[in-house]
Design a protein around this ligand. Structure first.
Ligand SMILES: C[S@@+](CC[C@H](N)C(=O)[O-])C[C@H]1O[C@@H](n2cnc3c(N)ncnc32)[C@H](O)[C@@H]1O
Length: 211
């Protein structure tokens, strides 16, 4: 079912989707919530349409900004996981105000513990946009529920340019994250079950297609 923009938006707010999204972006800036870049978002929406994604699992909801854009890009049913309660509550509020509660299911858990919540759902796509050190764990946990020909989209694959920097100049924790993200790149590159392409978009994105 298509979404009727003027009808579905919360009338009490009297805002269009565009105006409400602007509010969400302002909130993200004021509260230092890292949401996807405009360029990354365009790429994500184009990818969703190109692969005709209808069901997606997003890991890393934050305030629900990318989730609502994904949902509206192709009338997509979104499952999205968030572990921080303030983010979860803000996302629920936004999704309700946008009239998308029947299309976007927000799961309040650590993604490494949320598998039972989606174990019976098969996805056309996974979108990984959460703790950088856990990308490989997220991938391995949820790829079981990715359809053949489905895609895994990962954001922040360039990690703000840190992957190309000298590790000896980094703090210990940053070095650890960089090492894990490099390991994840190796894991994708050597994974015989997926074809992965990297894109210099936003903070670096990748698409892995399940063979
Ligand atoms: C980059 S933000 C997500 C941005 C969002 N996808 C967007 O573009 O609008 C990452 C979010 O993932 C959440 N997160 C990080 N690790 C997580 C985990 N293991 N389980 C669930 N959520 C996690 C963080 O709390 C944060 O809100």
């Amino acid at each position: 079912m298509g979404i009727n923009i003027s009808h579905d938006i919360d009338k009490s707010l009297n805002l269009s989707f565009n105006e409400y999204e602007m509010k969400m972006r302002d909130y993200a800036i004021e509260n230092s919530v890292p949401i996807i870049t405009d360029e990354g978002l365009r790429f994500l929406e184009d990818t969703i349409k190109k692969y005709n994604v209808k069901t997606i699992l997003e890991i890393g909801t934050a305030i629900g900004y990318s989730a609502e854009r994904i949902s509206r890009a192709n009338d997509v049913c979104v499952y999205t996981i968030e572990r921080v309660d303030s983010m979860y509550n803000e996302a629920l509020k936004n999704i309700k105000a946008l009239g998308l509660s029947d299309k976007i299911h927000v799961i309040f858990k650590d993604a490494l513990e949320a598998y039972p919540d989606v174990e019976n759902v098969m996805f056309d796509a996974l979108f990984i946009d959460a703790a950088k050190g856990q990308y490989k764990h997220f991938f391995e946990l949820y790829e079981k529920n990715l359809k053949k020909g489905g895609i895994v989209i990962c954001d922040n694959m360039s990690f703000h340019g840190f992957l190309d920097k000298d590790p000896s100049l980094m703090s210990r924790s940053l070095r650890g994250l960089v090492r894990k993200l490099r390991d994840f790149h190796d894991f994708l590159n050597n994974n015989p079950n997926y074809d992965t392409t990297y894109y210099e978009i936003g903070d670096g994105m990748s698409i892995s297609i399940k063979k």
